[in-house]
Design a protein. Structure first.
Length: 593
């Protein structure tokens, strides 16, 4: 929905988002960049698209609606053909007293409204919605991925032989193979997948999506399409289609569901052909606050204290795919304003940060983490982010940067926060340098959120309670009291629904939550929907500094940190499970060592 500059200006002033002086600066920027003021204020985060649409719905006197694609009855989709609905970004989503309810991205488009009215043979009630929402709703026209793919490739594979030769016709933009790739990506996005695995097997090509951290089979394609499918993806990622003996990496971007997605492509020769993995990154995602990420209590307090220091180092640890980059981007976005120079060295650049200077690692050209960091220090940065500390040279450079007045953020691959400190010593960083530069270490994992539409609570039996006591190290009445106190703090700070009753009473666990046995439409039958973080934040206190200097083990540092008030990842997960955010099984799945 494009709103005129004049209307945007009036709305910004009316709702006191900016003053007259700031408005003049906006006008100047719009004139200089030749961009609409709407685009500028949304990119800067001065207002959200939701706020603009709500305000604008009052101006044009058309109500705003947030569509729920899964709840649109298919009978209403038949009223307007899919091609027409996509052309006008409009969809019928219900009716009231015989009047159809028509949601549109631009209900001000008189010609479109007139055409759709003739299509419906009656005057509809108009509603305003966002482009992103309407695009997601239009996917309701589509069936399941298996059925769609079968229709696309059925005729294409008839009579073909199993050959590695790929014709130009196979790779054309409108070919069945090109449509197959497009469908695979579209359905991955629709499913909320983070990765697509295209895996050649002896007799077929297996396609799997990783959704909420768990791989699920999406379809099996005929073996005959394997070579053309891989070649089509390689062309999109600007890779060599005739090189099948070595791994290759590439990337490209697409516009889907009203969002921009960056796709990272990795190919790997395996026994039955070339395996392709596509990582999907939603570039339109906005940085979350620390509370939205899942920080609370002492963890939130410790991290907030660490990131406002003028210099020092904050490290994030965890395995691949545990959300480390998301945490770092959220912290950087929180610190980002016109008074600081934020510079990064990354491999790859996963999210763009407005106003930050982001550098891509390129080992072939001699741009490594260490050389990039060395160059950054001559660029007068206040805040530095190093994508990953992989070797002693990078670790030493990062520590030196933290010592010389810079706030440094980076990641390491270790199992928990305490292991990170001895790991730096293994990289030949002097213990006294670690003790004096590291401010805090965040350890994290991602867990699936139990679907709130079909979850159920239950009273645990004696056997279950004994298992929980053993797994979470609960042995005394004092332990139950501590858990109860933590749950109360979590409730006060918005972990779980505020009206959800406490699951403990200080003496025992009263109830737990479990995923719906068969799931529901909202969660796709899995019982879980989306993911969130569980964390431990180790503060580098005076006591911990002494232990680092004395080369104490990670287990000793971990135990001391717990004594000083650190909440472990497993305990953080237990509290969130008690608050109905996830299940005990899910916490144990990601934290069991």
């Amino acid at each position: 929905m494009k709103i005129s500059d004049k209307t945007i200006q009036e709305l910004l002033l009316k709702y006191k988002k900016i003053d007259e002086a700031e408005l003049k600066k906006l006008e100047q920027e719009a004139a200089t960049t030749k961009k609409p003021i709407q685009d500028i204020v949304l990119k800067r985060g001065l207002v959200t698209e939701y706020e603009l649409l709500i305000w604008y719905s009052d101006v044009i006197d058309i109500p705003y609606v947030q569509l729920q694609p899964s709840k649109i009855d298919p009978q209403y989709l038949k009223l307007i053909p899919e091609k027409t609905a996509r052309r006008y970004n409009a969809i019928v989503f219900g009716e009231n007293d015989g009047v159809y309810k028509l949601a549109m991205e631009d209900p001000d488009d008189v010609e479109a409204v007139d055409f759709l009215q003739k299509q419906l043979k009656s005057k509809p009630a108009l509603f305003l919605t966002s482009k992103q929402n309407i695009t997601a709703a239009l996917d309701a026209y589509r069936g399941d991925v298996s059925g769609e793919l079968t229709k696309v490739i059925a005729d294409d594979v008839e009579g073909e032989s199993e050959t590695e030769e790929v014709s130009e016709k196979d790779l054309a933009e409108d070919s069945p193979i090109a449509q197959t790739v497009t469908l695979l990506i579209e359905y991955a996005i629709k499913s909320g997948a983070s990765d697509i695995h295209i895996e050649p097997r002896e007799e077929y090509v297996q396609v799997r999506y990783r959704v909420d951290g768990v791989l699920k089979e999406a379809d099996k394609l005929p073996k005959k399409v394997q070579a053309a499918l891989t070649s089509r993806i390689k062309i999109m990622a600007n890779l060599k289609i005739d090189e099948r003996r070595i791994p290759q990496d590439g990337r490209f971007k697409i516009n889907a569901a009203g969002k921009i997605f960056a796709l990272r492509i990795s190919t790997l020769p395996i026994a039955d052909g070339e395996k392709v993995v596509i990582r999907l990154l939603d570039e339109s995602n906005k940085a979350l606050s620390m509370e939205d990420l899942g920080f609370w209590g002492t963890s939130l307090k410790t991290i907030n204290n660490a990131i406002i220091q003028p210099h020092g180092m904050v490290l994030v640890t965890g395995p691949t795919g545990s959300g480390k980059s998301t945490t770092l981007y959220s912290v950087l976005s929180l610190l980002n304003d016109h008074t600081v120079n934020i510079s990064t060295v990354e491999d790859p650049i996963e999210y763009k940060i407005f106003g930050a200077n982001q550098t891509q690692v390129n080992p072939k050209a001699g741009m490594t983490f260490a050389s990039g960091l060395r160059a950054l220090l001559r660029q007068d940065p206040n805040i530095i982010m190093v994508g990953e500390i992989r070797d002693g040279e990078t670790a030493d450079m990062a520590v030196q940067a933290a010592l010389t007045g810079h706030l440094v953020f980076s990641t390491l691959h270790t199992n928990n926060a305490a292991t990170c400190l001895p790991r730096l010593i293994d990289m030949s960083v002097e213990p006294f340098l670690i003790a004096s530069t590291v401010r805090a270490v965040i350890g994290q994992r991602l867990v699936r959120r139990v679907c709130k539409n079909c979850r159920t609570s239950f009273v645990p039996d004696a056997g279950t309670l004994e298992e929980i006591k053993s797994m979470f190290g609960i042995s005394t009445a004092e332990d139950y009291k501590k858990i109860h106190d933590l749950e109360q703090v979590a409730q006060q700070q918005g972990v779980g629904a505020s009206d959800t009753e406490l699951a403990t009473d200080g003496k025992k666990i009263l109830k737990l939550w479990q995923a719906g046995e068969k799931g529901c439409d909202s969660c796709g039958g899995s019982g879980y929907k989306e993911r969130f973080g569980i964390y431990e934040v180790l503060e580098n206190s005076v006591e911990i500094q002494h232990m680092i200097m004395n080369n104490e083990t990670s287990d000793a540092i971990q135990q001391k940190s717990i004594e000083l008030g650190m909440i472990t990842m497993q305990m953080d997960g237990l509290i969130k499970a008690l608050r109905g955010e996830t299940t005990i099984e899910e916490i144990l799945r990601v934290t069991r060592e």
